[in-house]
Design a protein around this ligand. Sequence first.
Ligand code: FAD
Length: 496
Amino acid sequence: MIYDQVVIGSGISGLVAATILAQYGHRVALVEQAPVLAPVLRGFSRQGIYYDTGFHYSGGLGDGEVLDVLFRYLGIAEKLEKYSFAADRFDTFRDVETQEEFHFPIGREALRDRLCTAFPQEREGIDKYLAMVQQACQAIPYLNLDLEFGQVKPMLGVHGPSLGEVLDQLIGNTALKGLLSMHSLLYGVPPDQVPFFLHASVAGLYYESVHGLKGGGLSLVQAFEQRLDELGVDVFLGQAAQKFSFAANGTLAGVTMADGEVVACRNCVATVHPQVVLDLVPSELLRPVYRRRLENLEETVSALMLYAACETPSQLLQGSNLFLGRLGRPLEGLGGGPLEERPINMAGTAPDDKGPGARGFVAICPAEQDCTARWSGSSLGKRPVEYLRFKEETMERMQCHIERSCPELRGTFKVSAGATPLTIRDFAANPAGGLYGVKHRVGQYNPMARTRVPGLFLAGQAVVAPGVLGGALSGFLTCGQMLGQDQLLERVKACS
Ligand SMILES: Cc1cc2nc3c(=O)[nH]c(=O)nc-3n(C[C@H](O)[C@H](O)[C@H](O)COP(=O)(O)OP(=O)(O)OC[C@H]3O[C@@H](n4cnc5c(N)ncnc54)[C@H](O)[C@@H]3O)c2cc1C
């Protein structure tokens, strides 16, 4: 059998691309190296508690909003049950020293009012900042379904300004700048590096609406599993793509997998980390300058993560995240310095039918990749004793820090699992363990969907933006390049 399309990688971008191509009537194979579909999104269970890994909440999921419309087009919206985060505090920032808090409410007007009440002297800057965020969102295809593709400039944001530059121009108060930069943790790039444009496309949607999914990321994976089955997509699990093969006339002929099996195809969408793509393509097919560009792409910050089970379900973390940090201290570098000095983002587990309150939570603390570099030669399940000791000590330090900063949680939770940059590297197949793969930063040219290799297209968080929405959009934009952007957009609009 010769497939019209092989999609490599079953994260959100691969799931979206495979679904769109199959909906267009193409014969599609989806190849995933992990033994399960979407390892980053599907989460895991310990002692009866389900923990999300790559999905806790998202903007754009409200009825008629972008992700909701895209999910309707993909035929999965009715398979999902979404719930709104707390309207008056979807995210809370807490100062770890003073315990002072700022609650981010849902809705741009509500946010404006709360920011202006807390920082009345910054009213003008707040209005300008929120207007710029809204303008940026309206300039992005699919976020604004009325936009024509001809109006879209590629590489928006790569020339800046950065979020830090915009905040320095508009806002004088350091505490306010820190609060408005807090969402840097959602894309893993510090404010002085991240294009304002990217920040706006992530944070701006959270300002409008914030939803989670009942059953968490796993429910999203299961909805896609059903849909791929309905559409007749062949799924190859536990099969790492290793090489592309080409016909004598230079066109793509197939993908060779780790066990030597060749999946014959005409086109391929690779949604893996761009450096993995370099291993797949014979070197003579890529210009040295392009190869070097991909080799040198910087990764986002990595993280240390603590997963905990609550003895009494937590009200604090139900439908609301808690960001721990220091008001007034600018967020720089994200992953450096002692753990206790870094910000931490805590998210409760998704609601289930066992009653109110989060039954567990994850705490994510940014960390440099090199904190586990000593053990980089080891793999999942085969780590040396020194690494296990480092991980245990790190989890203890995180636990103490959380208990000091959140007295209401003291003595109410037990650590169930932990993760380090090495876990992320091996679990998500990100060569350097970046939390969100390749960085989007001012001055860095990330790869585009189209490549010089005939029949090979790229998608994924490195191409458009991180997050479930960023990955989904990259699937749409890449398929649009293959199938006709305007026609695909029309079909999407018909679902709005
Ligand atoms: C801790 C954490 C929390 C997050 N929380 C949120 C959140 O609350 N909301 C949100 O919107 N986003 C969140 N994200 C971000 C979001 O999960 C990611 O941006 C998104 O899942 C990336 O999707 P992707 O398809 O681009 O990449 P991936 O999901 O990484 O998919 C790539 C796939 O390719 C596979 N692969 C690699 N090499 C090969 C090969 N050679 N052959 C075959 N397959 C291969 C990998 O196994 C992987 O499954 C979070 C991420 C993390 C790590």
